[in-house]
Design a protein around this ligand. Structure first.
Ligand code: SF4
Length: 366
C-alpha cells in the first residue's frame, strides 16, 4: 500500500433534496444543527492530526459543502491548512455559489472544484428537483477561472426518466462548451426510499429502458473521447493531466481517511465507518471498526480496479494476497472467453462490450 493518504470530509447539508439521491444528506438548515455538526466535525478532524503529514489529497464532499455559511467552511479550512495536498477538491452547487466562496477557496489553497449539474434541460432539472441553470454554471466557472482555479469537474447523469437522445445530445454539447478539465457522467441508478422510486411506483414516469441506456452511454463515451477527454474510469473522463488523484486512491485501493457523518476510512489495515445517523454523530457515537478481511480486500481490489479502463494487474494481486484470483473466481474465465474481459500480460480489464455489462461482471465478487 502506498503510504500517502486521501482525506475525505463529509458535509451533509443540502438546500433541497434531489429526487434520486440516497447520499447521506439533510436539508435541516437550522443554525443550531449546523453549529453542532461543525463542532463535532472539527473535533473529529483535530483528533486525526497525526495523519496530516501523510495526506496528499483532500476532498470536501457532501451533501453540498457550499450550502453552509462561509464562516463554517473557513473554520474547517483553517484546521486543514496544516496539510499540503497536491490535489484539494470541494463539491459545490452552482446556484449557491458566490464570488466570496471562490475567494475563500483560493485563500486556503483549494485547487479543484466539482460542480453538481446532472443536466441542463429545464424539465429534467425539475424532475430531479434541482435548481440551477446553464448561466449559473457558466458564470461560476468564469469566476473560478478568473481567480486561478482552472481544474473544474462537472457531474452529469444520463438515462434520467423521460430523457431523449436529443436531450442528451444537447447536454453533452453544453457541458463540452464549458470546457471543464474533468467530467463524471453516471448512469442514473434508482435507489430505494427516494422520491424518484415513489414517483415510478405511482406511475408518474418510467425508467429508461436498457437499449436506450446502452445507446446513451455509447453517445457519451464517443462524444467525450472525440473531444480529447480520456475515458479512464467507467463513469469518469479527464483532459490530459486532470485525472482525479483523490478518487484514484479508491480505485487503486490506497489508504483513505473519511471524516464526518457516515464517512468511511480504510487505514492501518482497518475499515472504519462513522454512524450514518446525524443525531448519533453529534453525540460522538464511536465508529464501527473492523479488521481488514482478506477476501473483502480482494473483492474491493477487483471491483474498483476493474472500474479503471487500465484494469487490474492480476500478478500483483496474486502475490499481495498469496492467492490465484482466476481460480478464486472461476466465472471470470467465462467473461474472458466471451470477450467481455480482456486478459493480456497479467492485466485483466473490461473490453469495450464488457463495459456495458460491468455490473454483471462485478457480481462475481459479491
Ligand atoms: S445536492 Fe447532492 S447530496 Fe444533496 S440531495 Fe442533491 S444529489 Fe443529494
Amino acid at each position: 500500500m502506498n503510504n500517502k493518504i486521501g482525506l475525505y470530509i463529509h458535509i451533509p447539508f443540502c438546500q433541497e433534496i434531489c429526487s434520486y439521491c440516497d447520499f447521506i444528506k439533510t436539508n435541516d438548515h437550522r443554525i443550531s444543527s449546523i453549529n453542532n455538526y461543525f463542532e463535532a466535525l472539527l473535533a473529529e478532524v483535530v483528533s486525526k492530526k497525526k495523519y496530516f503529514p501523510d495526506i496528499d489529497t483532500i476532498y470536501i464532499g457532501g451533501g453540498t459543502p457550499n450550502s453552509v455559511a462561509i464562516s463554517y467552511l473557513e473554520k474547517l479550512l483553517i484546521i486543514l491548512q496544516d496539510i499540503h495536498p497536491r490535489e484539494y477538491t470541494i463539491e459545490t452547487n452552482s446556484e449557491l455559489y458566490t464570488p466570496e466562496q471562490g475567494d475563500l477557496f483560493v485563500k486556503y489553497g483549494i485547487t479543484r472544484v466539482s460542480i453538481g449539474v446532472q443536466t441542463f434541460q429545464k424539465p429534467l432539472i425539475n424532475l430531479l428537483n434541482r435548481f440551477h441553470n446553464f448561466s449559473q454554471v457558466e458564470m461560476m466557472m468564469c469566476d473560478l477561472r478568473s481567480k486561478g482555479i482552472n481544474n473544474i469537474n462537472i457531474d452529469m447523469i444520463l438515462a434520467i426518466p423521460t430523457q431523449t437522445m436529443g436531450d442528451l445530445q444537447e447536454d453533452i454539447q453544453k457541458v463540452l462548451s464549458l470546457k471543464p478539465t474533468h467530467i463524471s457522467y453516471y448512469s442514473l441508478i434508482l435507489e430505494e426510499k427516494t422520491k424518484m422510486m415513489w414517483d415510478i411506483i405511482h406511475g408518474k414516469y418510467q425508467l429508461i429502458d436498457e437499449d436506450l441506456n446502452y445507446e446513451m452511454t455509447k453517445l457519451v463515451i464517443n462524444s467525450l473521447q472525440k473531444n480529447a477527454y480520456q475515458h479512464y474510469e467507467i463513469s469518469n473522463f479527464a483532459l490530459k493531466g486532470f485525472v482525479s488523484q483523490h478518487n484514484l486512491k479508491y480505485w487503486t485501493y490506497q489508504q483513505y481517511l473519511g471524516l464526518g457523518q457516515g464517512a468511511c476510512s480504510l487505514i492501518d489495515n482497518q475499515r472504519i465507518t462513522n454512524t450514518k445517523v446525524f443525531s448519533k454523530y453529534l453525540k460522538g457515537e464511536p465508529p464501527l471498526v473492523e479488521v481488514q478481511d482478506q477476501m473483502l480486500a480482494i473483492e474491493d481490489e477487483m471491483i474498483f480496479g476493474l472500474r479503471k479502463m487500465k484494469g487490474v494487474n492480476i500478478k500483483i494481486i496474486n502475490l499481495k494476497y498469496q492467492c490465484d484470483v482466476l481460480k478464486l473466481y472461476p466465472q471470470l474465465n467465462n467473461f474472458i472467453e466471451n470477450h467481455f474481459l480482456v486478459y493480456r500480460n497479467n492485466i485483466l480489464r473490461l473490453s469495450k462490450k464488457g463495459y456495458y455489462v460491468a455490473n454483471q461482471i462485478f457480481e462475481v465478487f459479491l
